[in-house]
Ligand binder design. Structure first.
Ligand SMILES: [Zn+2]
Length: 707
């Protein structure tokens, strides 16, 4: 599902300029709404005064300003101290942070051609800016000097953590290398980024070319009228006749669930599986083989046995071995469940006297018939009970009030970037303001897909800033005057994103770098997934699930169906995720001296080795089109989706064991987990709250995976 977007540059460390960009910076002055701190309550962005053209000069001036601040710290004639180095770095970059946070928000949630071209222009400058800090030798010498004697400085625990996290960030980026090795590292980074870019360019074309096209509507029998007309429109857009079904990112293709003609299903499926392995200009296999090797060599240069070891060092799992052990334990359960699902599907095939053995391209088609028979949940029947803003106030907010005692008051005086956005002030237990919360739920063409949370202002006691948080989603907007009725999946998305929001709002840290939603991928989805549990919790569900017209509660039979449908196809879903996560990890535990791999053979052996070579359940992504790991930052990190599922179910089990929804339980969770940010080791944070390390037991139970 969706992710919390971490504001990389909000961490003071993450910026300092390489490109002050004189011409643009010259345009920056008091007329720019970012010039001085905002006078809107909570220092929220003055969206009513900000024009599209204001962002770029403010961000470029912000980079230049932070560069100057970092230079002053690096060149300070006074010996390095915690205050003149670490605290000074935390205070730097305030103009950049406020301009960039607002820019990221609008360029993702409400974009236009001006904002898009600003984004392209800024991307390389921001990347270079971040590099410039970590490779600032004098700055790192001061950081390292304090780090070396950190134990003797009588720092409080959070300050000590700041020293360690900051130092590790520098080292992780290569600050400790000799100059010649730094040159080599830069070359490796360049080659890696070129390979990633090649991969994504090829994959984009490969995916486009992998579309299935036909002139014969009969080949698409089973599709609805609206699916067919969408396919006809897709063909027209490419100036071809007939029908076209474009490929989605994943191995399985949604169209297969409705296509009656088996040969069509097989053709679409094979297009998907082989999209980037056709031996033509769009074949990605040479790129990924070299990229895996290069990453291993770079890890060795940085002092790690593998790319995965380097990536996992600052994650909760810490080592590839821990992530692998966790996955290995899930494999037998997942594959056994998938096998029983396959048997149920085969029974349907046999009942149709179809006379063939289940193949991956049959799974969703016959699986859909199993689903209808077992869990038939009609969206039209339940949506009238889920009116969006009623779900928000009487469900999402209500659960947070019952657990944490916080209140919500709409603020119509806070300027917004689009008229659909609503703003609430969040009031703490003691009546004091805690945060601002913006929600922007309706789908728009100028909004990125999916749902996410981020912040317009990171909280910290050091800077006296309260959190300003937003949730964005793409829920269907009703016609004027009509209620916004949503599905239970959409309800779950709202709880999920609000879980991220709570993590951001409750942040109670001194330093901005350590606040709120932490950068560790295998932790950040935990509070959000955890919050999903309350959507179906009886005391919460019964409070919000009322018919929008009659006010009646949802019939018990429908509630039961919602609960049971959650576990449909869980064996398949878990197995395909595990297979992809194992492929990712196997590629990234390769040692630097391993030979260049043949991707086909490597993938085959990796799946056999991890007992995930299940014929009817291919990996969610094959190596050749796994863009998460080759070009979007999830390398050695795909396991995190499953890891946080373990955490959130294990955490919910604690609540179940301690009386469920209560203020006492909520307060303890807030104090020991949600408010902590990255102020202590994440594994220790979790264990201190839970009383023991997490296990997969609750995950097995809540996902219906127990034998
Ligand atoms: Zn998320």
């Amino acid at each position: 599902m969706s992710h919390a977007k971490t504001l990389i540059v909000a961490a003071a460390i993450a910026a300092a300029g390489s490109a002050p960009c004189g011409a643009r910076a010259a345009e920056f002055g008091p007329q720019n709404p970012f010039y001085a701190p905002s006078t809107v309550p909570f220092h929220a962005p003055p969206f009513d005064r900000i024009k599209d053209e204001d962002y770029q000069p403010a961000i470029e001036a912000g980079m230049a300003q932070q560069l100057a601040e970092m230079e002053r710290i690096a060149n300070d004639v006074a010996p390095p101290t915690f205050a003149n180095t670490f605290v000074a770095m935390e205070r730097s970059g305030q103009l950049l942070n406020r301009a960039l946070a607002a820019f990221r928000c609008v360029s993702e949630a409400n974009t236009n051609p001006t904002l898009q071209s600003t984004k392209s222009a800024l991307a390389p400058k921001i990347a270079a800016h971040e590099d410039a800090i970590h490779l600032n030798k004098k700055l790192f010498e001061r950081v390292a000097a304090i780090h070396a004697r950190r134990e003797t400085l009588k720092l409080d625990a959070e300050s000590l953590r700041l020293v360690e996290v900051t130092y590790d960030d520098f080292v992780h980026a290569g600050a400790n290398l000799a100059d010649s090795d730094k040159t080599l590292l830069k070359k490796m980074n360049e080659e890696a980024s070129t390979l990633s870019n090649d991969f994504s360019t090829r994959l984009l074309d490969a995916t486009k070319n992998g579309a299935f096209s036909t002139a014969a509507a009969a080949e698409l029998a089973g599709m609805s009228e609206s699916q067919l007309s969408a396919a006809a429109e897709a063909a027209q857009r490419r100036q071809t006749a007939g029908y076209l079904i474009p490929l989605q990112n994943t191995t399985q293709q949604p169209a297969l669930a409705s296509l009656n003609v088996r040969a069509t299903r097989e053709a679409i499926f094979r297009n998907s599986l082989q999209r980037a392995e056709r031996g033509d200009a769009n074949d990605t296999r040479t790129d990924i083989a070299r990229l895996a090797q290069l990453r291993a060599q770079r890890a060795k240069l940085l002092g790690y046995p593998s790319h995965a070891a380097w990536k996992l060092e600052n994650q909760m799992a810490k080592t590839p071995q821990n992530a692998l052990q966790f996955m290995d334990a899930l494999v037998p359960v997942a594959t056994a469940k998938a096998a029983s699902e396959a048997a149920a599907i085969q029974a349907v095939i046999d009942a149709h006297k179809a006379g063939f053995a289940l193949q991956p391209w049959d799974w969703d088609f016959y699986g859909e018939q199993v689903r209808k028979a077992k869990y038939d949940l009609d969206d039209a029947e339940i949506k009238p009970y889920f009116e969006l803003f009623n779900v928000l106030e009487n469900g999402v907010f209500y659960a947070a009030n019952r657990l944490y005692g916080i209140g919500f008051k709409e603020r119509k005086d806070i300027p917004v970037y689009q008229s659909d956005v609503r703003v609430f002030e969040v009031i703490d237990i003691d009546g004091r303001p805690l945060a601002l919360f913006y929600c922007d739920y309706f789908k728009r063409d100028n909004k990125n897909g999916g749902a996410w949370m981020s912040s317009l202002q990171r909280p910290s006691k050091l800077l006296g800033n309260l959190p300003v948080i937003y949730n964005v989603a793409n829920l269907p907007k009703p016609a004027a005057g009509e209620p916004a009725l949503i599905s239970f999946a959409d309800v779950t998305t709202m709880f999920h994103e609000f879980g991220h929001a709570l993590h951001g709002m409750f942040a109670n840290t001194h330093y901005p770098t350590l606040s709120g939603t932490t950068p560790a991928r295998d932790f950040v989805e935990f509070p959000s997934q955890f919050n999903e549990h309350w959507a179906i919790y009886p005391a919460v569900f019964n409070h919000y699930a009322h018919h929008y017209k009659t006010g009646a509660s949802m019939p018990e039979a429908s509630v039961e169906k919602i609960k049971r449908a959650k576990n449909f196809n869980e064996g398949y879903k878990l197995t395909e995720l595990l297979a992809a996560a194992e492929l990712d990890m196997q590629w990234h535990v390769l040692a630097a001296d391993a030979p260049l791999q043949n991707p086909d053979e490597f993938e085959k052996q990796a799946l056999i080795k991890t007992h995930l070579d299940v014929k009817a359940v291919p990996p969610r992504y094959r190596s050749s089109y796994f863009s998460h790991i080759w070009d979007s930052g999830y390398s050695a990190g795909y396991y995190a989706y499953l890891w946080t599922e373990m955490l959130n179910d294990d955490a919910y089990q604690w609540f179940e064991d301690h009386g469920g929804l209560s203020r006492a339980n909520g307060d303890r969770f807030r104090r020991m987990i949600l408010s902590r940010g990255n102020t202590q080791d994440l594994e220790k944070t979790y264990e201190a709250w839970r009383g023991k390390p997490p296990t997969i037991d609750a995950m097995m139970k809540y996902r219906g995976l127990n034998p």
